[in-house]
Design a protein around this ligand. Structure first.
Ligand code: URA
Length: 207
């Protein structure tokens, strides 16, 4: 059973029990997120979706915002995009429960619309706290909204898969998994970009 008493869906991509575990460093922050009234998304959400994964992860993935399934279960990337993401992680030898995964906004935008600049701004303080807690050596941004936090004037089609060092971390802009699901010809590109994550993790561990 999940925390709200609903049965865990059969065939779910990962061990959800594991993903619901909240480590001590996140407890206060996740409570603040659950109580947050800072933007209008509070009116639409079922559950807040703070993030999943260990506080000691070397890799952090940052998506856009929760979709329907994520809003229902309170976990990021648990629907179709999440299944694709999990496959990509497995292809580089990582299981999703060893990666810290979150989004720029922690509440679902209605009808999966894009999050507004004001909503992203209202949630940014939470993301910054997550980055401070996890202190990852590599951050991969998934899609243009998280990419814009580091590269506001760039185009994802031009810089995806490029590894840049910023403030002692490697930041890698990646296509959003949903883009690869919509456009099959992007899948190979995304797979190659995931290899950059693997290389970056190895490189950063050595230096
Ligand atoms: N898309 C995202 O950007 N984040 C999720 O958590 C799910 C789908």
């Amino acid at each position: 059973m999940t925390e709200n008493g609903k049965p865990i869906p059969i065939g779910a991509p990962s061990d959800l029990h594991q993903l619901y575990k909240i480590e001590k460093p996140f407890v206060d922050l996740y409570k603040k997120i659950a109580d947050c009234p800072a933007c209008e998304l509070v009116r639409f959400r079922t559950k807040t979706v703070p993030g999943s994964g260990p506080s000691t992860s070397k890799l952090m993935l940052i998506g856009e915002g929760p979709g329907e399934k994520e809003d229902e279960l309170g976990l990021p990337f648990i629907g179709r995009s999440g299944q694709f993401l999990e496959k990509m992680l497995l292809s580089i030898g990582l299981s999703r429960d060893e990666v810290y995964i979150t989004n720029v906004v922690k509440c679902r935008p209605p009808s999966n619309r894009d999050p507004s600049a004001q909503e992203i701004q209202a949630c940014d303080n939470f993301l910054q706290q997550q980055i401070a807690i996890v202190n990852p050596t590599v951050i991969a941004t998934l899609g243009r909204f998280s990419m814009s936090l580091w590269f506001p004037n760039e185009k994802i089609s031009q810089i995806h898969g490029e590894v840049r060092e910023i403030d002692g971390r490697l930041i890698i802009p990646m296509y959003h998994p949903a883009a690869a699901l919509r456009n099959g010809s992007l899948r190979k590109t995304v797979q190659n970009d995931f290899l950059k994550i693997k290389k970056s993790l190895i490189q950063k561990t050595k230096t």
